[in-house]
Design a protein around this ligand. Structure first.
Ligand SMILES: Cc1ncc(COP(=O)(O)O)c(C=O)c1O
Length: 333
């Protein structure tokens, strides 16, 4: 697949020594995909390298995508468009309950605007797929050549970015002489997990790709990951059964009360990563993922007996300013 270079790869892989001692289970590592370098970075950079490669190969001049008001994906699309010289239209839905007015003004949405994207805010129950399709039709009618990127960049093309990320992680762990037993990540629209599973299948690796849901229940996560996985397999000419052999793991216990709403476990994970390791997670995705990692690695958890576990830091700290309660909770005090 053609790629358009956007990020600083390979991203660093670091040991979390203090958290490893705190948890008392496997050695815990962190893969710094929050440091991909594109407008504060994050997991969407790798997906967008392949998606923009496709868009440019098709001669498109406009990107259209969607997400919630604080979408990191949308921010990365806006930045990718700026780098590639493409126009960007974003449909952002007001999908998180009980937030303050700044939620629609600061954090990622502010950065989307700063990066030059055209932002349309819609109610939380809007059909964003239909709105984006209509927008594509309207812009095409005005002579533009739009390229539609689905929620989270999670189709087969986007997922390919994480198949190669799996190889990067496996190569780095191998170079360190470390076994790799599991990769833990926050999972939402499912493309990141699908890509890692595909990479794991291609390398005939038999560890666990351990998804921690940030909102979908198991059935929805299975549908999303499965669809992206099948599409990505088809792009590589691979029978769907090959990647489907990798077991789908989705832990639903840390998704909190709603998408975009953290709970005590999320706040605790955020504080722990910040105060023990100087690592900034985020309250919507990586904080929930890290909460799942801590529980899975602790006594009684599914990964407690593993030797080495990698947490994939998918980014998201750009939304911190619209969660002013983070850091003020003193859960660990
Ligand atoms: C910071 C962050 N982490 C994790 C995810 C989840 O990735 P995916 O949508 O591929 O499941 C997202 C998606 O928006 C994200 O922004």
């Amino acid at each position: 697949m053609p790629r358009f270079s956007l990020g600083h790869m390979p991203t660093p892989l670091q040991p979390l020594q203090r958290i490893t001692s705190y948890v008392g289970g496997p050695r815990i590592w962190i893969k710094r995909d929050d440091c991909t370098g594109l407008a504060t970075g994050g997991n969407k950079t790798r997906k967008l390298e392949v998606l923009l490669g496709d868009a440019m190969a098709q001669g498109c001049d406009t990107l259209i995508s969607q997400g919630a008001l604080q979408s990191n994906h949308a921010r990365q699309v806006a930045a990718a468009g700026a780098v590639a010289g493409l126009k960007v239209h974003l449909v952002l839905s007001d999908a998180v309950p009980d937030r303050q007015a700044d939620y629609a003004r600061l954090g990622n949405i502010q950065l989307c605007r700063l990066l030059g994207a055209h932002v349309q805010v819609v109610p939380g129950d809007s059909d964003s797929d239909a709105l984006c399709a209509q927008l594509a039709q309207d812009l095409a009618g005005q002579g533009a050549k739009p390229y539609l990127i689905p929620m989270g960049g999670s189709n087969g093309i986007g997922a390919l970015g994480y198949a190669s990320a799996f190889a990067e992680i496996a190569t780095q762990m191998h170079a360190l002489g470390e076994p790799l037993d599991a990769v833990v990540l926050a999972t939402g629209s499912g493309g990141t997990q699908a890509g890692l599973m595909l990479g794991a299948a291609l390398m005939q690796w038999s560890g666990q790709i351990y998804g921690v849901s940030v909102s979908p229940d198991y059935a929805l996560a299975e549908k999303r990951v499965g669809k992206a996985l099948d599409e990505a397999s088809a792009l590589l000419g691979l029978p769907t059964e090959v990647a489907r052999r990798v077991p789908l793991i989705v832990d639903e216990a840390f998704k909190g009360p709603h998408y975009g709403v953290p709970n005590a476990a999320t706040y605790q994970a955020l504080e722990l990563a910040a105060r023990q390791e100087g690592v900034l997670l985020d309250p919507v995705y990586s904080g929930k993922g890290f909460a799942g990692l801590l529980a899975a690695c602790a006594a009684g958890g599914l990964l407690h007996g593993a030797r080495s576990v990698v947490f994939l830091h998918t980014g998201g700290a750009a939304a911190m300013s619209v969660y002013p309660e983070v850091g003020a909770t003193a859960i660990l005090a």
